[in-house]
Design a protein around this ligand. Structure first.
Ligand SMILES: Nc1ncnc2c1ncn2[C@@H]1O[C@H](COP(=O)(O)OP(=O)(O)OP(=O)(O)O)[C@@H](O)[C@H]1O
Ligand SMILES: [Mg+2]
Length: 413
């Protein structure tokens, strides 16, 4: 019997979803590029992963961090930065925890003891306060020093990385705090450590440290212009788009072929199956959105109690989910500035094959086609909502569907 209690779907909760789909290039970037290169002492930039609300940024890096910690790496938890709070304080206290894992707290060197005490001051009282109280060096210097010590400890330990994940980076509204944070992380990433290698040689190597920053696309503007060049040399930014249907289908395939294992009443393992038609219907409703995928799956699971999820369950379950699905899309649209929103609406109003920049600019009443260019570029490169092909189309298919007659989806099937 399938009970809500056993559902592996997790719309909205900040955990690594059990029913995982896609994002293979990001996972392999961690496993095959970032980690091995850094462990080998080679430089590799930090990673900034941006995307619209619910695109799966936090889940992705949580999953990477979980993998890392399973292989023995020292990882911070996902450090969410609430609006208006002091990010350096939050990071300082997480680094103190890492230094515990790295065994630094037990070190008897006076230099390290002093450093930990300096960082503790920021971790407890916050940066602005502690800066007023003492005339020591700026707080980010202490953070760099601590990051370097953690990196050195990782080198001594061998085959271990320190992984730092800062989430909701768009909330760091204090420009000074943001720049100190980015400098501290960037300096630690570019730091060259001199080490002895067999054969009596001394070489310079990078520290085994990885930094992941995640947040909304607006963060790209905060690091643009002046700070941009240095930041871009130190961090590589990618924007998460929709998950393709093949990957969503594959994620549900275990339900179809062997059944999803659940604990049964007799203390054994039961299995919940899914009709191929139900699998297709869930993927269709998801529109490439991981949140909608989890939502449709969860609702279908809840819609019955036997061990087969049917297309009928997907349909009836979705009826209750429709308001939430709509709220999800609105949560994204509400943050889009009017000029970009008008562009999306004008684009959606045209028949798909007529969605060219010229036609969109004309329906917006612009004098020249090129007037719409920057908006189009932003919607494509920064937000990942459209694709400027011939013709233009919606990368974010849920927004596309919402703005066109394909909505409401609740009547589907
Ligand atoms: N690769 C994935 N496969 C399946 N489900 C996923 C995947 N990534 C994320 N999800 C699901 O999508 C939802 C949104 O994910 P998440 O909270 O990570 O997004 P986010 O981009 O961090 O959103 P926000 O901007 O609101 O913080 C969650 O329910 C999560 O379980
Ligand atoms: Mg998130």
């Amino acid at each position: 019997m399938r009970l809500p209690r056993d559902s592996p779907f997790s719309p909205g909760s900040d955990t690594v979803p059990e029913v995982w789909a896609g994002r293979t290039s990001h996972l392999s970037d961690w496993r095959d590029v970032l980690r091995p290169r850094r462990i080998a002492g080679r430089h590799e930039r930090g990673r900034t992963i941006l995307g619209e609300a619910g695109s799966g940024k936090s889940s992705l890096v949580r999953r990477i961090a979980r993998e890392a910690s399973q292989s023995g790496d020292w990882t911070t938890p996902q450090l969410r930065i609430p609006s208006g709070t002091d990010p350096l304080k939050r990071v300082a206290s997480a680094l103190l925890d890492l230094s515990e894992a790295a065994g630094l707290a037990a070190a008897r060197e006076k230099r390290i003891g002093d450093l930990l005490r300096r960082v503790e001051t920021f971790a407890v009282s916050g940066v602005s306060l502690s800066m007023r109280e003492q005339d020591g060096p700026e707080p980010h210097i202490a953070l760099i020093d601590l990051l370097i010590e953690i990196g050195r400890a990782a080198i001594r330990h061998g085959d271990v990385m320190a992984v730092i994940h800062i989430d909701e980076v768009q909330n760091i509204s204090d420009e000074n705090a943001l720049s100190q944070l980015l400098i501290a992380l960037g300096d630690a990433l570019t730091h060259e450590e001199t080490v002895d290698v067999p054969g009596g040689l001394r070489i310079e190597r990078a520290l085994p440290i990885a930094v992941y920053l995640t947040g909304l696309p607006e963060f790209a503007d905060m690091t643009g212009a002046r700070k941009g060049a240095t930041f871009a040399r130190r961090f590589r930014t990618t924007t998460l788009g929709a998950i393709d249907d093949d990957a969503l289908m594959s994620a549900l395939q275990p339900f179809v072929t062997e059944g999803w294992p659940i604990a049964d009443d007799a203390g054994g393992v039961g299995r919940v199956f899914m009709e191929p038609a139900a699998q297709r219907d869930i993927v269709e409703r998801a529109h490439g959105e991981p949140f909608l995928f989890q939502l449709a799956g969860e609702r279908a699971w809840y819609a019955g109690t036997d061990d087969l999820i049917t297309a009928e369950h997907v349909r009836t379950g979705w009826r209750d989910a429709a308001p939430e699905a709509e709220a999800h899309v609105q949560r994204i649209l509400i943050r889009i500035p009017p000029r970009e929103l008008h562009f999306l609406e004008a684009m959606a109003a045209l028949p798909p094959e007529e969605r060219t920049l010229t036609n969109i600019a004309r329906s917006l009443g612009y004098e020249r086609t090129s007037d719409a260019g920057p908006t189009a570029q932003r919607l494509d490169l920064t937000r990942g909502i459209i694709r400027r092909g011939r013709p233009y189309d919606f990368r974010h298919r849920a927004i596309g569907a919402y703005l066109t007659s394909e909505w409401p989806w609740l009547n589907l099937g």
